[in-house]
Design a protein around this ligand. Structure first.
Ligand code: SAM
Ligand code: SF4
Ligand code: FES
Length: 346
């Protein structure tokens, strides 16, 4: 795989580098600086803000790590009505957001027709916004209709590129299907987001190198990386959480294997460490996704525990993040923030 500086790395070399980073703090610092410089060269100082609306916690899948898995009978489920989702968008629009990320469990109440209607409504009320979907796996025809309705982007993390680990963690899904969905979304014309969790139980450096090789070959517009965080009502309740440093290494390496990507400083990074998102920005990330969901439902979207911002109004998060972004040495960019690949087409 070829990095941003043109250097070619084999899978074996990348595995060895991931191991060395744990032993050599100086090397880690160098990697973060290189990733930050690469981000600056491509995107400058701006950090894009996206308004995240978690619109349903109902899920038909059973991912072993996730608090929303269908088998979690303790989960307090909710589903926002389309009018409530539109109200979140209106509040977000007032606060200046120009991208809305609509995320949910795999909730089949939201049929192709209902989702298309919602997307058309958002695009007609707020003409200059981008709509990102993060709703899991659907068939080609559904994805095509959602794209026609005006959805611009789609986040579907590949979760792990290791067939062994993927099979262990996803009793109701296959790695082949996940990969075929990402390719379908890309073919249809979405800006696609892939990405993985770091520190999954039993995950090796070689398997993290698999993730980087996969990301390099897919070349997605967005890459979501975050530490695995255990949830007590899942089979992985006793597993150790992922390491923040390792997650930061993966953010930096993702920046180098896919230099044009938009990379969020995820909520999981902010949950694992109070300055996790700032550190992610300094390690090559350039997006943050503050929560626009209604306060009453936020605690119910518990994919992992101790999630941040559960009690904070959307306006507070907006303000807090602005201070954090500036404090970390960057600037807030409230534009649509399309990926460089797409910007070059215009
Ligand atoms: N259901 C959709 C899907 O799976 O693509 C979107 C929502 S899902 C909650 C969004 C992301 O949350 C997943 O892609 C996964 O990487 C992450 N996630 C779920 N459980 C997690 C956990 N325990 N720790 C860290 N991230 C987790
Ligand atoms: Fe459902 Fe997504 Fe959680 Fe898997 S990660 S259980 S698909 S919400
Ligand atoms: Fe929500 Fe800081 S980002 S309060």
């Amino acid at each position: 795989m070829r990095l941003a500086d043109g250097k070619a790395w084999t899978h074996t070399e990348m595995t060895a580098l991931l191991a060395r980073l744990d032993e050599e703090p100086m090397l880690r610092t160098q990697l973060r600086k290189l990733a930050a410089r690469t981000k600056m060269e491509r995107y400058g100082k701006g950090v894009f803000l996206r308004g995240l609306i978690e619109f349903s916690s109902i899920c038909r899948q059973d991912c072993m790590y996730c608090g929303l898995r269908a088998s979690n009978k303790h989960a307090d489920r909710y589903r926002l009505r389309p009018e409530e989702i539109l109200a979140c968008c209106a509040e977000g629009y007032e606060l200046g957001y120009r991208t809305f990320v609509l995320q949910s469990g795999e909730d089949v109440w939201f049929t192709t027709a209902r989702l298309s209607k919602l997307i058309r409504e958002i695009k007609s009320r707020f003409a200059d916004v981008a709509v990102t979907l993060s709703i899991g796996e659907r068939d080609d025809e559904t994805y095509e209709r959602l794209f026609e309705a005006g959805a611009d982007r789609f986040l579907l993390r590949h979760e792990t590129a290791s067939p062994r680990l993927y099979a262990k963690l996803h009793p109701t899904m296959t790695i082949e299907s996940r990969r075929s969905r990402l390719l379908a979304l890309q073919r249809i014309g979405f800006q696609i987001g892939a990405g993985c969790m770091v520190g999954l139980p039993g995950q090796t450096n070689s398997e993290l190198a698999d993730d980087l090789v996969y990301l390099h070959s897919l070349n997605p517009d967005m890459i979501g990386i975050g530490p695995f965080l255990p949830h007590s009502n899942t089979p992985l309740r006793d597993a150790t959480q992922g390491s923040m440093e390792k997650a930061l290494d993966m953010i930096s390496l993702s920046r180098l294997v896919a230099p044009d990507a938009l990379i969020p400083a995820s909520t999981a990074m902010g949950t694992i460490h109070p300055q996790g998102r700032e550190k992610a920005l300094q390690a090559g990330a350039n997006v943050v996704m503050p929560n626009l969901s209604p306060l009453a439902v936020r605690p119910k979207y518990a994919i992992y525990e101790n999630k941040i911002c559960l009690g904070d109004e959307s306006a507070q998060c907006r303000h807090c993040l602005e201070l954090r972004i500036r404090g970390a040495g960057f600037e807030v960019d409230m534009g649509r923030g399309d990926s460089l690949r797409v910007q070059r087409q215009f």
